[in-house]
Write a protein that binds this ligand. Structure first.
Ligand code: ATP
Ligand code: MG
Length: 545
Protein backbone atom coordinates (compact mmCIF):
# COMPACT_ATOMS: atom_id res chain seq x y z
CA UNK A 1 0.00 0.00 0.00
CA UNK A 2 1.33 3.45 -0.78
CA UNK A 3 1.32 5.08 2.56
CA UNK A 4 2.89 8.48 2.30
CA UNK A 5 5.01 9.96 4.97
CA UNK A 6 4.21 13.36 6.37
CA UNK A 7 6.10 15.53 8.74
CA UNK A 8 3.95 16.09 11.84
CA UNK A 9 2.97 19.60 10.79
CA UNK A 10 1.48 18.31 7.55
CA UNK A 11 -0.66 15.72 9.18
CA UNK A 12 -4.23 16.52 10.04
CA UNK A 13 -7.30 14.74 11.37
CA UNK A 14 -8.56 13.92 7.89
CA UNK A 15 -5.31 12.25 6.88
CA UNK A 16 -5.44 10.31 10.13
CA UNK A 17 -8.93 9.02 9.32
CA UNK A 18 -7.87 8.04 5.81
CA UNK A 19 -4.74 6.31 7.04
CA UNK A 20 -6.70 4.37 9.67
CA UNK A 21 -9.25 3.22 7.08
CA UNK A 22 -6.50 2.05 4.76
CA UNK A 23 -4.61 0.36 7.59
CA UNK A 24 -7.69 -1.52 8.84
CA UNK A 25 -8.49 -2.69 5.33
CA UNK A 26 -11.88 -0.96 5.33
CA UNK A 27 -10.84 0.57 2.02
CA UNK A 28 -8.18 -0.53 -0.40
CA UNK A 29 -8.33 2.77 -2.26
CA UNK A 30 -9.92 6.01 -1.27
CA UNK A 31 -12.24 8.11 -3.37
CA UNK A 32 -13.18 11.68 -2.57
CA UNK A 33 -15.27 14.20 -4.49
CA UNK A 34 -15.67 17.90 -5.07
CA UNK A 35 -19.41 18.55 -5.44
CA UNK A 36 -20.13 22.18 -6.39
CA UNK A 37 -23.61 23.39 -7.03
CA UNK A 38 -23.50 25.16 -10.41
CA UNK A 39 -25.16 28.31 -9.09
CA UNK A 40 -22.19 30.67 -9.36
CA UNK A 41 -18.46 30.83 -10.03
CA UNK A 42 -16.04 29.17 -7.64
CA UNK A 43 -14.47 31.33 -4.96
CA UNK A 44 -11.30 31.14 -2.87
CA UNK A 45 -13.03 28.93 -0.29
CA UNK A 46 -13.71 26.35 -2.97
CA UNK A 47 -10.01 26.30 -3.84
CA UNK A 48 -9.38 24.98 -0.37
CA UNK A 49 -11.98 22.25 -0.78
CA UNK A 50 -10.71 21.29 -4.25
CA UNK A 51 -7.09 21.10 -3.17
CA UNK A 52 -8.02 19.14 -0.09
CA UNK A 53 -10.13 16.56 -1.93
CA UNK A 54 -7.94 16.15 -4.99
CA UNK A 55 -4.81 16.42 -2.87
CA UNK A 56 -5.84 13.57 -0.58
CA UNK A 57 -6.72 11.35 -3.52
CA UNK A 58 -3.39 12.03 -5.18
CA UNK A 59 -1.42 11.48 -1.99
CA UNK A 60 -3.00 8.15 -1.17
CA UNK A 61 -3.20 6.83 -4.70
CA UNK A 62 -6.97 7.12 -4.93
CA UNK A 63 -9.32 9.14 -7.09
CA UNK A 64 -11.43 12.22 -6.80
CA UNK A 65 -14.66 12.96 -8.66
CA UNK A 66 -15.80 16.28 -9.97
CA UNK A 67 -19.55 16.13 -9.55
CA UNK A 68 -22.10 18.84 -10.10
CA UNK A 69 -24.66 18.86 -7.37
CA UNK A 70 -27.36 19.98 -9.73
CA UNK A 71 -30.48 18.92 -7.86
CA UNK A 72 -31.99 22.38 -7.55
CA UNK A 73 -33.34 23.30 -10.99
CA UNK A 74 -33.94 26.95 -10.32
CA UNK A 75 -30.53 28.50 -9.81
CA UNK A 76 -28.35 26.39 -12.03
CA UNK A 77 -26.88 27.34 -15.37
CA UNK A 78 -24.56 25.99 -18.00
CA UNK A 79 -22.36 29.10 -17.79
CA UNK A 80 -21.59 28.16 -14.19
CA UNK A 81 -20.84 24.55 -15.10
CA UNK A 82 -18.34 25.71 -17.73
CA UNK A 83 -16.61 28.20 -15.48
CA UNK A 84 -16.33 25.65 -12.66
CA UNK A 85 -14.75 23.02 -14.93
CA UNK A 86 -12.36 25.69 -16.14
CA UNK A 87 -11.31 26.68 -12.63
CA UNK A 88 -10.88 23.09 -11.49
CA UNK A 89 -8.62 22.45 -14.48
CA UNK A 90 -6.69 25.61 -13.81
CA UNK A 91 -5.99 24.48 -10.25
CA UNK A 92 -4.53 21.33 -11.77
CA UNK A 93 -7.03 18.94 -10.20
CA UNK A 94 -7.21 15.55 -11.90
CA UNK A 95 -10.76 14.20 -12.06
CA UNK A 96 -9.98 11.62 -14.68
CA UNK A 97 -11.45 13.68 -17.49
CA UNK A 98 -15.04 12.79 -16.63
CA UNK A 99 -17.46 15.31 -15.22
CA UNK A 100 -20.29 13.77 -13.21
CA UNK A 101 -23.76 15.14 -12.58
CA UNK A 102 -26.06 14.37 -9.67
CA UNK A 103 -28.96 14.74 -12.08
CA UNK A 104 -27.79 11.56 -13.81
CA UNK A 105 -28.90 9.71 -10.68
CA UNK A 106 -32.43 11.14 -10.55
CA UNK A 107 -33.93 7.83 -11.65
CA UNK A 108 -31.98 5.89 -9.04
CA UNK A 109 -32.88 8.43 -6.36
CA UNK A 110 -36.52 7.97 -7.25
CA UNK A 111 -36.25 4.19 -7.07
CA UNK A 112 -34.60 4.59 -3.66
CA UNK A 113 -37.55 6.73 -2.56
CA UNK A 114 -39.96 4.04 -3.78
CA UNK A 115 -38.02 1.51 -1.74
CA UNK A 116 -38.21 3.72 1.37
CA UNK A 117 -41.96 4.01 0.91
CA UNK A 118 -42.52 0.27 0.43
CA UNK A 119 -40.29 -0.57 3.39
CA UNK A 120 -42.22 1.81 5.65
CA UNK A 121 -39.42 4.34 5.91
CA UNK A 122 -41.03 7.24 4.06
CA UNK A 123 -44.47 8.76 3.65
CA UNK A 124 -46.23 11.45 1.70
CA UNK A 125 -47.15 14.36 3.91
CA UNK A 126 -49.95 16.64 2.80
CA UNK A 127 -49.76 19.25 5.55
CA UNK A 128 -49.19 22.83 4.44
CA UNK A 129 -45.67 24.18 4.69
CA UNK A 130 -46.75 26.23 7.69
CA UNK A 131 -48.24 23.26 9.49
CA UNK A 132 -45.15 21.25 8.85
CA UNK A 133 -42.94 23.96 10.23
CA UNK A 134 -45.12 24.39 13.31
CA UNK A 135 -45.30 20.67 14.00
CA UNK A 136 -41.58 20.23 13.71
CA UNK A 137 -41.06 21.67 17.20
CA UNK A 138 -37.76 23.25 18.17
CA UNK A 139 -34.81 22.65 20.44
CA UNK A 140 -36.97 22.67 23.55
CA UNK A 141 -40.15 21.14 22.14
CA UNK A 142 -40.50 17.76 20.50
CA UNK A 143 -42.24 17.62 17.14
CA UNK A 144 -45.80 16.41 16.57
CA UNK A 145 -46.57 13.55 14.22
CA UNK A 146 -48.26 14.55 11.00
CA UNK A 147 -51.86 13.29 10.63
CA UNK A 148 -50.63 11.71 7.36
CA UNK A 149 -47.74 9.86 8.97
CA UNK A 150 -49.46 6.53 9.09
CA UNK A 151 -50.71 6.31 5.55
CA UNK A 152 -50.45 2.81 4.16
CA UNK A 153 -47.53 2.09 1.91
CA UNK A 154 -49.85 1.52 -1.03
CA UNK A 155 -51.46 4.94 -0.52
CA UNK A 156 -48.01 6.51 -0.22
CA UNK A 157 -46.84 4.76 -3.34
CA UNK A 158 -49.87 5.94 -5.27
CA UNK A 159 -49.40 9.55 -4.12
CA UNK A 160 -45.68 9.52 -4.87
CA UNK A 161 -46.37 8.21 -8.36
CA UNK A 162 -48.92 10.96 -8.94
CA UNK A 163 -46.53 13.60 -7.58
CA UNK A 164 -44.03 12.41 -10.15
CA UNK A 165 -46.66 12.39 -12.88
CA UNK A 166 -47.30 16.07 -12.27
CA UNK A 167 -50.84 15.74 -10.93
CA UNK A 168 -50.33 18.12 -8.01
CA UNK A 169 -49.29 21.75 -7.81
CA UNK A 170 -46.07 22.77 -6.06
CA UNK A 171 -46.02 22.55 -2.29
CA UNK A 172 -49.16 20.43 -1.94
CA UNK A 173 -47.31 17.27 -0.90
CA UNK A 174 -43.82 16.29 0.14
CA UNK A 175 -42.22 12.94 0.65
CA UNK A 176 -40.67 12.65 4.09
CA UNK A 177 -38.41 10.10 5.69
CA UNK A 178 -40.14 8.40 8.61
CA UNK A 179 -37.68 8.59 11.46
CA UNK A 180 -38.62 10.24 14.75
CA UNK A 181 -40.53 13.48 15.34
CA UNK A 182 -39.20 13.57 18.89
CA UNK A 183 -35.52 13.25 18.05
CA UNK A 184 -33.33 15.81 19.81
CA UNK A 185 -31.66 16.28 16.41
CA UNK A 186 -34.13 18.34 14.40
CA UNK A 187 -32.69 16.96 11.19
CA UNK A 188 -34.06 13.55 12.10
CA UNK A 189 -37.63 14.79 12.60
CA UNK A 190 -38.92 13.25 9.42
CA UNK A 191 -36.87 15.35 6.98
CA UNK A 192 -38.36 16.10 3.57
CA UNK A 193 -36.75 14.11 0.81
CA UNK A 194 -38.75 15.03 -2.30
CA UNK A 195 -40.71 18.13 -3.19
CA UNK A 196 -42.84 19.08 -6.12
CA UNK A 197 -41.23 21.75 -8.26
CA UNK A 198 -42.48 22.37 -11.75
CA UNK A 199 -39.26 23.85 -13.01
CA UNK A 200 -37.05 23.24 -16.01
CA UNK A 201 -33.71 21.69 -15.17
CA UNK A 202 -30.53 22.70 -17.03
CA UNK A 203 -29.90 19.07 -18.03
CA UNK A 204 -33.06 17.03 -17.60
CA UNK A 205 -35.37 19.69 -18.98
CA UNK A 206 -39.01 19.06 -18.05
CA UNK A 207 -38.63 15.35 -17.44
CA UNK A 208 -39.05 15.77 -13.69
CA UNK A 209 -41.45 17.81 -11.64
CA UNK A 210 -40.33 16.40 -8.32
CA UNK A 211 -36.79 17.03 -7.14
CA UNK A 212 -34.82 15.41 -4.32
CA UNK A 213 -33.78 17.56 -1.37
CA UNK A 214 -30.05 18.18 -1.10
CA UNK A 215 -29.77 16.26 2.17
CA UNK A 216 -31.34 13.21 0.56
CA UNK A 217 -29.55 13.45 -2.76
CA UNK A 218 -26.05 14.05 -1.54
CA UNK A 219 -25.48 10.81 0.44
CA UNK A 220 -26.92 8.80 -2.45
CA UNK A 221 -24.62 10.54 -4.95
CA UNK A 222 -21.65 9.70 -2.75
CA UNK A 223 -22.66 6.07 -2.33
CA UNK A 224 -23.44 5.50 -6.00
CA UNK A 225 -20.00 6.79 -6.95
CA UNK A 226 -18.21 4.67 -4.36
CA UNK A 227 -16.95 7.69 -2.44
CA UNK A 228 -15.10 6.57 0.69
CA UNK A 229 -14.66 9.90 2.46
CA UNK A 230 -17.18 12.65 1.88
CA UNK A 231 -15.57 15.84 3.11
CA UNK A 232 -17.86 18.76 3.79
CA UNK A 233 -17.97 21.90 5.83
CA UNK A 234 -19.02 22.00 9.48
CA UNK A 235 -22.57 23.17 9.00
CA UNK A 236 -23.40 19.64 7.80
CA UNK A 237 -22.33 18.02 11.04
CA UNK A 238 -25.91 17.76 12.32
CA UNK A 239 -26.89 16.17 9.02
CA UNK A 240 -24.49 13.28 9.46
CA UNK A 241 -26.97 11.08 11.42
CA UNK A 242 -29.43 11.39 8.53
CA UNK A 243 -26.66 10.73 6.02
CA UNK A 244 -25.87 7.49 7.85
CA UNK A 245 -29.51 6.54 8.46
CA UNK A 246 -30.40 6.89 4.80
CA UNK A 247 -27.45 4.94 3.43
CA UNK A 248 -27.92 2.22 6.03
CA UNK A 249 -31.58 1.74 5.00
CA UNK A 250 -30.71 1.61 1.32
CA UNK A 251 -27.88 -0.84 1.96
CA UNK A 252 -30.21 -3.04 4.01
CA UNK A 253 -32.58 -3.06 1.06
CA UNK A 254 -29.76 -4.12 -1.25
CA UNK A 255 -29.85 -0.87 -3.23
CA UNK A 256 -26.34 0.14 -2.17
CA UNK A 257 -23.13 -1.77 -1.71
CA UNK A 258 -20.93 -1.60 1.35
CA UNK A 259 -18.62 -0.14 2.53
CA UNK A 260 -20.69 3.02 2.70
CA UNK A 261 -19.15 6.47 2.46
CA UNK A 262 -18.34 8.33 5.60
CA UNK A 263 -18.99 12.03 6.02
CA UNK A 264 -16.15 14.03 7.59
CA UNK A 265 -16.57 17.72 8.40
CA UNK A 266 -13.94 20.43 8.40
CA UNK A 267 -14.09 24.18 8.98
CA UNK A 268 -14.99 26.48 6.14
CA UNK A 269 -12.32 28.97 5.16
CA UNK A 270 -13.13 32.62 5.72
CA UNK A 271 -10.85 35.41 4.61
CA UNK A 272 -10.72 39.00 5.77
CA UNK A 273 -11.56 41.74 3.26
CA UNK A 274 -13.68 39.51 1.03
CA UNK A 275 -17.00 37.71 1.05
CA UNK A 276 -16.91 34.03 0.26
CA UNK A 277 -20.43 33.14 -0.62
CA UNK A 278 -21.87 32.76 -4.06
CA UNK A 279 -25.09 34.36 -2.90
CA UNK A 280 -23.26 37.57 -1.96
CA UNK A 281 -20.94 37.50 -4.96
CA UNK A 282 -23.96 37.31 -7.24
CA UNK A 283 -25.12 40.61 -5.76
CA UNK A 284 -21.85 42.27 -6.72
CA UNK A 285 -22.16 41.03 -10.28
CA UNK A 286 -25.84 41.77 -10.70
CA UNK A 287 -25.56 45.14 -8.99
CA UNK A 288 -22.85 46.17 -11.46
CA UNK A 289 -20.33 46.81 -8.70
CA UNK A 290 -17.71 44.78 -10.59
CA UNK A 291 -17.15 43.90 -14.23
CA UNK A 292 -18.52 40.37 -14.02
CA UNK A 293 -17.64 37.21 -12.14
CA UNK A 294 -14.10 37.20 -13.47
CA UNK A 295 -13.33 40.79 -12.58
CA UNK A 296 -9.73 40.69 -11.32
CA UNK A 297 -10.89 42.09 -7.97
CA UNK A 298 -13.41 39.33 -7.36
CA UNK A 299 -12.52 36.56 -4.88
CA UNK A 300 -13.43 34.04 -7.56
CA UNK A 301 -10.94 31.66 -9.13
CA UNK A 302 -11.76 33.09 -12.56
CA UNK A 303 -11.03 36.56 -11.20
CA UNK A 304 -7.87 35.41 -9.44
CA UNK A 305 -6.51 34.00 -12.65
CA UNK A 306 -7.04 37.28 -14.48
CA UNK A 307 -5.56 39.10 -11.53
CA UNK A 308 -2.37 37.07 -11.94
CA UNK A 309 -2.74 34.85 -8.88
CA UNK A 310 -1.33 31.39 -9.53
CA UNK A 311 -2.61 27.89 -8.90
CA UNK A 312 0.68 27.17 -7.16
CA UNK A 313 0.04 30.12 -4.85
CA UNK A 314 -3.33 28.64 -3.91
CA UNK A 315 -1.71 25.27 -3.25
CA UNK A 316 0.79 26.92 -0.94
CA UNK A 317 -2.09 28.74 0.78
CA UNK A 318 -4.16 25.60 1.26
CA UNK A 319 -1.19 23.77 2.71
CA UNK A 320 -0.26 26.65 4.96
CA UNK A 321 -3.70 27.16 6.51
CA UNK A 322 -4.24 23.43 6.94
CA UNK A 323 -7.59 21.89 7.82
CA UNK A 324 -9.25 22.32 11.13
CA UNK A 325 -12.43 21.58 13.01
CA UNK A 326 -12.75 25.12 14.34
CA UNK A 327 -14.01 27.96 12.18
CA UNK A 328 -11.17 30.13 11.09
CA UNK A 329 -10.85 33.54 9.52
CA UNK A 330 -7.59 33.89 7.70
CA UNK A 331 -5.94 37.23 7.14
CA UNK A 332 -6.00 38.12 3.47
CA UNK A 333 -2.30 38.93 3.74
CA UNK A 334 -1.54 35.23 4.09
CA UNK A 335 -3.02 34.55 0.67
CA UNK A 336 -1.19 37.52 -0.82
CA UNK A 337 2.07 36.38 0.71
CA UNK A 338 1.67 32.98 -0.93
CA UNK A 339 1.15 34.68 -4.29
CA UNK A 340 4.19 36.92 -3.73
CA UNK A 341 6.29 33.97 -2.75
CA UNK A 342 5.47 32.03 -5.88
CA UNK A 343 5.60 35.04 -8.21
CA UNK A 344 8.95 36.02 -6.77
CA UNK A 345 10.29 32.74 -8.10
CA UNK A 346 8.71 32.75 -11.53
CA UNK A 347 8.14 36.35 -12.57
CA UNK A 348 10.73 37.93 -14.86
CA UNK A 349 11.77 41.42 -13.77
CA UNK A 350 11.05 44.49 -15.83
CA UNK A 351 11.45 48.21 -15.39
CA UNK A 352 8.26 50.25 -15.46
CA UNK A 353 7.70 53.86 -14.50
CA UNK A 354 4.21 54.22 -13.15
CA UNK A 355 4.18 57.91 -12.28
CA UNK A 356 6.58 59.34 -14.84
CA UNK A 357 8.68 62.48 -14.73
CA UNK A 358 11.49 63.27 -17.19
CA UNK A 359 15.14 63.12 -16.27
CA UNK A 360 17.67 64.75 -18.59
CA UNK A 361 21.35 63.79 -18.42
CA UNK A 362 22.92 67.03 -19.55
CA UNK A 363 26.40 65.70 -20.26
CA UNK A 364 25.21 62.61 -22.16
CA UNK A 365 25.56 63.15 -25.92
CA UNK A 366 22.35 63.78 -27.80
CA UNK A 367 21.52 60.97 -30.16
CA UNK A 368 23.74 58.49 -28.35
CA UNK A 369 22.22 55.15 -27.34
CA UNK A 370 23.63 52.26 -25.35
CA UNK A 371 22.22 48.85 -24.61
CA UNK A 372 22.43 47.82 -20.98
CA UNK A 373 22.58 44.17 -19.97
CA UNK A 374 19.86 43.48 -17.47
CA UNK A 375 19.25 40.13 -15.75
CA UNK A 376 15.67 38.87 -15.93
CA UNK A 377 15.83 37.53 -12.40
CA UNK A 378 18.28 38.37 -9.64
CA UNK A 379 18.54 34.76 -8.42
CA UNK A 380 17.75 32.68 -11.49
CA UNK A 381 20.53 33.14 -14.01
CA UNK A 382 18.83 30.55 -16.22
CA UNK A 383 16.11 33.07 -16.91
CA UNK A 384 18.67 34.97 -18.95
CA UNK A 385 19.34 38.61 -19.66
CA UNK A 386 17.92 41.22 -21.94
CA UNK A 387 19.24 44.44 -23.37
CA UNK A 388 17.54 47.65 -22.37
CA UNK A 389 18.21 50.86 -24.35
CA UNK A 390 19.61 53.85 -22.51
CA UNK A 391 19.70 57.45 -23.77
CA UNK A 392 19.95 61.07 -22.68
CA UNK A 393 16.31 61.46 -21.66
CA UNK A 394 14.76 58.99 -19.29
CA UNK A 395 11.51 58.52 -17.44
CA UNK A 396 11.86 58.10 -13.70
CA UNK A 397 9.31 57.96 -10.88
CA UNK A 398 8.06 61.34 -9.70
CA UNK A 399 8.73 60.47 -6.10
CA UNK A 400 12.35 59.59 -6.82
CA UNK A 401 13.02 63.34 -6.86
CA UNK A 402 12.58 65.83 -4.02
CA UNK A 403 13.51 69.48 -4.20
CA UNK A 404 14.05 69.55 -0.45
CA UNK A 405 14.75 66.06 0.82
CA UNK A 406 13.02 64.83 3.93
CA UNK A 407 15.04 63.07 6.59
CA UNK A 408 16.34 59.71 5.43
CA UNK A 409 15.61 60.41 1.76
CA UNK A 410 18.46 58.99 -0.33
CA UNK A 411 17.21 59.43 -3.85
CA UNK A 412 17.45 62.43 -6.16
CA UNK A 413 17.79 65.93 -4.74
CA UNK A 414 20.15 68.70 -5.81
CA UNK A 415 23.75 67.67 -5.15
CA UNK A 416 22.97 64.01 -4.36
CA UNK A 417 24.16 60.98 -6.29
CA UNK A 418 22.17 57.83 -7.05
CA UNK A 419 22.59 54.85 -9.32
CA UNK A 420 20.37 54.30 -12.31
CA UNK A 421 19.99 50.53 -12.09
CA UNK A 422 22.09 48.54 -14.56
CA UNK A 423 23.46 51.83 -15.95
CA UNK A 424 25.36 54.78 -14.46
CA UNK A 425 25.67 56.71 -11.27
CA UNK A 426 24.30 60.23 -11.72
CA UNK A 427 24.49 63.47 -9.77
CA UNK A 428 21.39 65.61 -9.50
CA UNK A 429 21.67 69.25 -10.49
CA UNK A 430 18.14 70.44 -9.87
CA UNK A 431 14.76 70.84 -11.46
CA UNK A 432 13.89 72.83 -14.55
CA UNK A 433 10.42 74.25 -14.05
CA UNK A 434 10.10 75.45 -17.64
CA UNK A 435 10.39 71.94 -19.08
CA UNK A 436 9.30 70.00 -15.97
CA UNK A 437 12.44 67.91 -16.01
CA UNK A 438 14.88 66.76 -13.42
CA UNK A 439 18.43 67.74 -14.41
CA UNK A 440 21.50 65.64 -13.78
CA UNK A 441 24.89 64.62 -15.13
CA UNK A 442 26.23 61.14 -15.35
CA UNK A 443 29.57 59.78 -14.18
CA UNK A 444 30.87 58.08 -17.28
CA UNK A 445 33.30 55.72 -15.57
CA UNK A 446 30.58 54.18 -13.34
CA UNK A 447 28.77 52.03 -15.89
CA UNK A 448 27.43 48.84 -14.28
CA UNK A 449 29.52 45.76 -14.90
CA UNK A 450 32.72 47.76 -15.44
CA UNK A 451 35.56 48.12 -12.91
CA UNK A 452 34.58 51.73 -12.24
CA UNK A 453 31.08 50.82 -11.19
CA UNK A 454 31.94 50.91 -7.52
CA UNK A 455 34.14 53.98 -7.62
CA UNK A 456 31.27 56.13 -6.41
CA UNK A 457 29.26 55.15 -3.35
CA UNK A 458 25.55 55.86 -3.52
CA UNK A 459 22.68 55.00 -1.22
CA UNK A 460 19.84 55.25 -3.72
CA UNK A 461 19.25 52.94 -6.65
CA UNK A 462 16.40 53.86 -8.97
CA UNK A 463 14.83 52.42 -12.08
CA UNK A 464 14.28 54.21 -15.37
CA UNK A 465 12.99 53.83 -18.91
CA UNK A 466 14.52 55.53 -21.94
CA UNK A 467 11.99 58.16 -23.05
CA UNK A 468 12.67 57.68 -26.74
CA UNK A 469 12.13 53.91 -26.53
CA UNK A 470 9.44 53.70 -23.87
CA UNK A 471 6.17 51.84 -24.40
CA UNK A 472 3.41 54.09 -23.13
CA UNK A 473 0.64 51.93 -21.75
CA UNK A 474 -2.28 51.91 -19.39
CA UNK A 475 -1.89 49.87 -16.25
CA UNK A 476 -4.76 48.89 -13.97
CA UNK A 477 -3.92 49.15 -10.31
CA UNK A 478 -6.14 46.73 -8.45
CA UNK A 479 -6.49 46.84 -4.76
CA UNK A 480 -8.72 45.07 -2.30
CA UNK A 481 -12.36 45.07 -3.22
CA UNK A 482 -13.54 45.80 0.32
CA UNK A 483 -12.09 48.31 2.67
CA UNK A 484 -13.40 46.73 5.84
CA UNK A 485 -11.97 43.61 7.36
CA UNK A 486 -15.31 41.83 7.63
CA UNK A 487 -17.40 43.24 4.79
CA UNK A 488 -21.13 42.72 4.96
CA UNK A 489 -22.50 44.47 1.93
CA UNK A 490 -21.74 46.88 -0.90
CA UNK A 491 -21.42 49.74 1.59
CA UNK A 492 -18.08 48.28 2.53
CA UNK A 493 -16.67 48.33 -1.01
CA UNK A 494 -13.30 50.03 -1.40
CA UNK A 495 -13.91 52.95 -3.79
CA UNK A 496 -10.24 52.84 -4.85
CA UNK A 497 -10.12 49.16 -5.72
CA UNK A 498 -9.39 49.95 -9.36
CA UNK A 499 -7.40 52.81 -10.80
CA UNK A 500 -6.11 53.11 -14.32
CA UNK A 501 -2.93 55.06 -14.93
CA UNK A 502 -0.76 55.89 -17.96
CA UNK A 503 2.73 54.58 -17.53
CA UNK A 504 6.06 54.33 -19.33
CA UNK A 505 7.26 50.74 -19.67
CA UNK A 506 10.55 49.40 -20.92
CA UNK A 507 10.31 48.56 -24.63
CA UNK A 508 10.46 44.79 -24.19
CA UNK A 509 6.93 45.03 -22.77
CA UNK A 510 5.55 46.28 -26.07
CA UNK A 511 5.07 42.84 -27.64
CA UNK A 512 5.34 40.45 -24.77
CA UNK A 513 4.18 36.84 -24.60
CA UNK A 514 4.80 36.50 -20.88
CA UNK A 515 1.98 36.50 -18.38
CA UNK A 516 3.55 37.43 -15.04
CA UNK A 517 6.10 40.15 -14.29
CA UNK A 518 7.69 41.86 -11.42
CA UNK A 519 7.92 45.57 -12.11
CA UNK A 520 10.99 46.39 -10.08
CA UNK A 521 10.27 48.24 -6.85
CA UNK A 522 6.51 48.13 -7.53
CA UNK A 523 5.11 44.64 -7.35
CA UNK A 524 3.82 41.80 -9.47
CA UNK A 525 1.87 42.52 -12.61
CA UNK A 526 0.00 40.49 -15.15
CA UNK A 527 -0.42 40.98 -18.86
CA UNK A 528 -3.57 39.61 -20.47
CA UNK A 529 -6.62 40.55 -22.53
CA UNK A 530 -7.36 43.46 -20.22
CA UNK A 531 -3.86 44.91 -20.60
CA UNK A 532 -1.45 45.27 -17.72
CA UNK A 533 -2.79 44.89 -14.21
CA UNK A 534 -1.29 44.79 -10.78
CA UNK A 535 -1.53 41.40 -9.10
CA UNK A 536 -0.10 42.40 -5.75
CA UNK A 537 2.31 44.96 -4.37
CA UNK A 538 5.79 43.91 -3.32
CA UNK A 539 5.04 44.37 0.33
CA UNK A 540 1.85 44.47 2.32
CA UNK A 541 0.55 48.01 2.17
CA UNK A 542 -2.40 47.16 4.41
CA UNK A 543 -0.33 46.24 7.43
CA UNK A 544 -1.86 47.48 10.64
CA UNK A 545 0.34 50.10 12.23
P1 ATP B 1 -21.51 29.07 -1.11
O1 ATP B 1 -22.12 29.38 0.21
O2 ATP B 1 -20.44 30.00 -1.49
O3 ATP B 1 -22.53 28.86 -2.18
P2 ATP B 1 -21.44 26.30 -0.93
O4 ATP B 1 -20.88 25.48 0.17
O5 ATP B 1 -22.91 26.41 -1.02
O6 ATP B 1 -20.77 27.70 -0.89
P3 ATP B 1 -21.03 24.43 -3.00
O7 ATP B 1 -21.05 24.67 -4.45
O8 ATP B 1 -22.11 23.66 -2.42
O9 ATP B 1 -20.93 25.86 -2.32
O10 ATP B 1 -19.62 23.91 -2.52
C1 ATP B 1 -18.87 22.88 -3.08
C2 ATP B 1 -17.91 22.41 -2.04
O11 ATP B 1 -17.05 23.45 -1.62
C3 ATP B 1 -18.63 21.91 -0.80
O12 ATP B 1 -18.09 20.66 -0.43
C4 ATP B 1 -18.35 22.96 0.22
O13 ATP B 1 -18.31 22.42 1.51
C5 ATP B 1 -17.00 23.52 -0.22
N1 ATP B 1 -16.84 24.91 0.22
C6 ATP B 1 -17.62 25.95 -0.10
N2 ATP B 1 -17.20 27.07 0.51
C7 ATP B 1 -16.11 26.74 1.22
C8 ATP B 1 -15.21 27.46 2.08
N3 ATP B 1 -15.37 28.76 2.32
N4 ATP B 1 -14.20 26.76 2.64
C9 ATP B 1 -14.03 25.47 2.39
N5 ATP B 1 -14.82 24.74 1.61
C10 ATP B 1 -15.87 25.35 1.03
MG1 MG C 1 -24.57 26.42 -1.95
Amino acid sequence: MNKPHHPASHSNFIRQIVEADLASGKHVKIRTRFPPEPNGYLHFGHAKSILLNFGLAAEYGGGCNLRFDDTNPEKEEQEYVDSIVDSVNWLGADYGGKVLYASDYFEFMYQAAVYLVTSGNAYVDSQTADEMKRNRGDFTHPGIDSPFRNRSSSENLDLLGRMKAGEFPDETHVLRAKIDMKSPNLNLRDPAIYRIKKATHHRTGDKWCIYPMYTYAHPIEDAVEGITHSLCTLEFEDQRPFYDWLLEKLAEGGLLKRPLPRQVEFARVNLTHVMLSKRLLIQLVEGGHVDGWDDPRMPTLAGARRRGYTAEGFRMFAERIGVSKANQTIDFTILEDCMREHLNEIAPRRMAVLDPIKLVIENYPEGKEELMDVPNHPKHAEMGKRQVPFSRELWIERDDYMETPSKGYFRLFPGNKVRLRYAYAIECIGYDKATNTVRCKYLEETRSGTPGADSVKVKGNIHWVSAKHAHEAEVHLYDRLFKSEHPKDVEDLNPDSKKTITTQLEPSLRHTQEYHFQFERHGYFVHNQSGFGRTVTLRDSWAKN
